[in-house]
Design a protein around this ligand. Structure first.
Ligand code: SAH
Ligand code: SF4
Ligand code: F3S
Length: 478
């Protein structure tokens, strides 16, 4: 038998790229490819790229340069494919700029990878004739992407992303996503549930439902009607084995009453909401075409907190949007101070080709953007530190995910996605443990498992405390 071919996928950007990388790997596993940890011994390297900011998009070219150099030094030939949002946005330009590339494939065509690779192979070393596939095909790629094998699910651990919605119709004036991912499409409810059932059977305990605009989800249900995200979350939480559900990324405009009620009614829905606001200035929000004001954001925060008081928030911010004044920026700091975030991402505005904001005249100088991002991040860092500190002495269910740095340690996640280090046997991976937080540092928390309190993750999404000798499958020694 011939040696299996080796595949190395490197993902940049958001969680959807992480999910897509897995689906590409699953697709190519059928063609005999096995994953490898480094590009050095790979027969096929896929760079799964992000176009959101200039820095993200440029990374692909430096990576391609590195790959080309390594190939020349080792005197070997690898096939190189560029996938993801840079592939979609730049297409044939990539092959012009980086001759090492054999194949460019946009996010809606991953199901075609086997045939595209075969075409590229047929062209051999004639790289000038690189293959470019960036159409938005009529067929739904999800109908053709094979499911992961039980072994692949087990290897990926007890948490999983599931794409439920892709694309965006919002057209914020700074953003490339509506162009790179296309129009909003929701997957049918039944197909998502099938995928979650399979994951749960493979040992997954926590599912994060992902979409560029996930709370606009409206997938077709068994009656031919449309299910919203609240309904989808409810159904996913009912899948035996699933203990925790999250969703990301939401838009404030689509936080409807039913979804907020789900935060009250469903214990499996984690009390942690990532809700990008971008700016605290109504003038800038309007210029960004966010189609809501700061008052709506405050209102949502208040209603979610009323529904579930232990909810913590995270968000995304952009500073230095064209025309942003000191007063506008002060409004952002004020919004942050009023809400209090457990965590957040903040970015300097980066003009993106083809987006309306890129051609606005009032672009701000780099030093203004830098000063503002520093001020904002200092405030957000203080809030994060305060939130983490307030967790000291608290008791949480921690989903144990993987081995820690030292023998006998495991790392799990709190409901707020904090990493928590505990002492536990490796057989406990994939279970929930009741943990009291003892130590807090900038990167992680540490805690003690309360007397052998491990949980299974059944039934119906509510973790049930189980006796020490009836732990599913294996007996655990705490
Ligand atoms: N769909 C999500 C997030 C999309 S991209 C949403 O609606 O919010 C993730 C984050 O990148 C955005 O929330 C925004 O904060 C940031 N971002 C997007 N375009 C950007 C740009 N041109 N410059 C700087 N940051 C940007
Ligand atoms: Fe981009 Fe706005 Fe769509 Fe989010 S909602 S993906 S920021 S256009
Ligand atoms: Fe980047 Fe595309 Fe995600 S631009 S953030 S990889 S949707």
């Amino acid at each position: 038998m011939s040696e299996p071919r080796k595949l190395y996928v490197r993902s940049f950007g958001c969680q959807m790229n992480v999910y897509d990388a897995q689906r590409m790997t699953d697709t190519l596993a059928r063609e005999g490819y096995v994953e490898t940890e480094t590009p050095d011994d790979a027969d096929l390297v896929i760079l799964n790229t992000c176009h959101i900011r200039e820095k993200a998009a440029e990374k692909v070219y430096s990576e391609l340069g590195r790959l080309k150099k390594a190939q020349e030094e080792a005197g070997r030939r690898q096939m190189i494919a560029v996938a993801g949002c840079v592939a979609q946005a730049e297409g044939a330009e990539i092959i012009k700029r980086a001759r090492a590339v054999d194949l460019v494939v946009g996010p809606q065509s991953y199901h075609k990878l086997p045939e595209l690779i075969a075409q590229a192979e047929a062209r051999g070393s004639n790289r000038r004739a690189g293959i470019v596939e960036t159409e938005f095909p009529l067929e739904d790629k999800f109908d053709f992407l094979p499911a992961p094998t039980p072994a692949a699910i087990a290897r990926r651990g007890p948490t999983a992303f599931v794409t439920v919605q892709e694309g965006c119709d919002k057209f914020c004036t700074f953003c490339v996503v509506p162009y790179t991912r296309g129009a909003e499409v929701s997957r049918p409810l039944a197909k998502i549930l099938d995928e979650v059932i399979r994951l749960a059977e493979g040992g997954v305990r926590e599912v994060t439902l992902i979409g560029q605009n996930v709370n606009a989800y409206h997938g077709i249900d068994s009656t031919g009607g449309a299910a919203n995200l609240a309904e989808l979350v409810r159904r996913v939480a009912q899948v035996p084995g699933i203990a925790r559900v999250r969703y990301t990324t939401s838009h404030p405009r689509d936080m409807d009453d039913e979804l907020i009620a789900a935060h009250r009614d469903m214990p499996a829905l984690m009390p942690y909401l990532h809700l990008p606001v971008q700016s605290g200035s109504n003038r800038i929000l309007a210029a960004m075409n966010r189609r809501h004001d700061r008052e709506l954001f405050f209102d949502i925060v208040e209603r979610v907190r009323a529904a579930r008081p232990d909810t913590a928030f995270s968000s995304d911010f952009i500073v230095g949007f064209p025309g942003e004044t000191d007063e506008d920026f002060a409004d952002t700091l004020d919004l942050v101070a009023k809400v209090g975030f457990a965590s957040a991402f903040s970015f300097k505005y980066s003009p993106r080709p083809g987006t309306p904001a890129a051609s606005l005249e009032a672009q701000l100088p780099e030093d203004v953007k830098s000063a503002r991002i520093h001020a904002l991040q200092a405030l957000l860092d203080r809030q994060k530190a305060a939130f983490d500190e307030a967790c000291r002495g608290k008791r949480f269910d921690i989903l144990l995910e993987k081995p820690g740095r030292f023998p006998g340690q495991l790392i799990g996640r709190s409901p707020y996605l904090q990493s928590v280090v505990v002492e536990a046997p490796k057989e406990a991976i994939g279970t929930l443990a009741r943990v009291e937080i003892r130590e807090v540092s900038t990167k992680s928390l540490a805690g003690d498992i309360l007397d052998g309190e491990f949980f299974s993750a059944r039934p119906a999404g509510e973790s049930r405390l189980i006796g020490q000798d009836e732990i599913v499958g294996e007996k655990l020694e705490a």
